[in-house]
Design a protein around this ligand. Structure first.
Ligand code: SF4
Ligand code: FES
Length: 134
C-alpha cells in the first residue's frame, strides 16, 4: 500500500491514497491544509496542530491518520532485560497466569527470568540468592 507522509515538528500526517474515498471532507473542512489542487496537497503550515488533528480524525475512510512520535513513545510498552535479573516491563500490560488469574500493570513490572522466583511469573528477588547469570 502506498503511503505519503507530511510532517511538522513532532506531528506527521499519514495519507494512504489507495483507501481514500475522495469524499473531500478534509478539503471542505480545512482547505488551507488539505487542497488537492496544490502540490504537495497537504500543507502542514496551513493550520495549528490541533486543527489538523481534529480534521484528520474526521476522515471517514481512515486514509488520513496521525503518526505522532511523542505519542508513540508514551504509549509503547518496552521490555528491558536486566543484567543477571528479571525482565523489566515498562508500560501497561495485562498478564494472564497459567492458573487463569489476570493482572493488569499500571506502570511497570518485573518478570522472573531466572526460574527461581516463588511468585512466578513475577520476580521476587531470588535471582540474587541463586546468583543468576544471564
Ligand atoms: S477526508 Fe479522507 S477519504 Fe476524504 S478525501 Fe480526505 S483523505 Fe480522502
Ligand atoms: S529474575 Fe528475579 S527471581 Fe527470577
Amino acid at each position: 500500500m502506498k503511503i505519503k507522509e507530511y510532517s511538522k515538528g513532532e506531528t506527521t500526517v499519514v495519507w494512504k491514497p489507495d483507501i481514500c474515498i475522495h469524499s473531500e471532507k478534509c478539503f471542505h473542512g480545512l482547505p488551507k491544509v488539505f487542497n488537492p489542487n496544490q502540490r504537495p496537497w497537504v500543507d502542514m503550515d496551513g493550520a495549528e496542530d490541533e486543527a489538523i488533528r481534529n480534521q484528520v480524525a474526521k476522515c471517514p475512510s481512515g486514509a488520513l491518520s496521525i503518526n505522532n512520535a511523542e505519542e508513540e513513545l508514551r504509549t509503547t510498552t518496552t521490555i528491558e532485560v536486566a543484567e543477571n535479573g528479571p525482565l523489566l516491563v515498562n508500560g501497561i500490560v495485562k498478564i494472564k497466569t497459567a492458573s487463569g488469574e489476570e493482572h493488569r500493570t499500571s506502570k511497570s513490572i518485573a518478570l522472573c527470568r531466572c526460574g527461581a522466583s516463588s511468585n512466578k511469573p513475577f520476580c521476587d528477588g531470588s535471582h540474587k540468592k541463586i546468583e543468576f547469570k544471564g
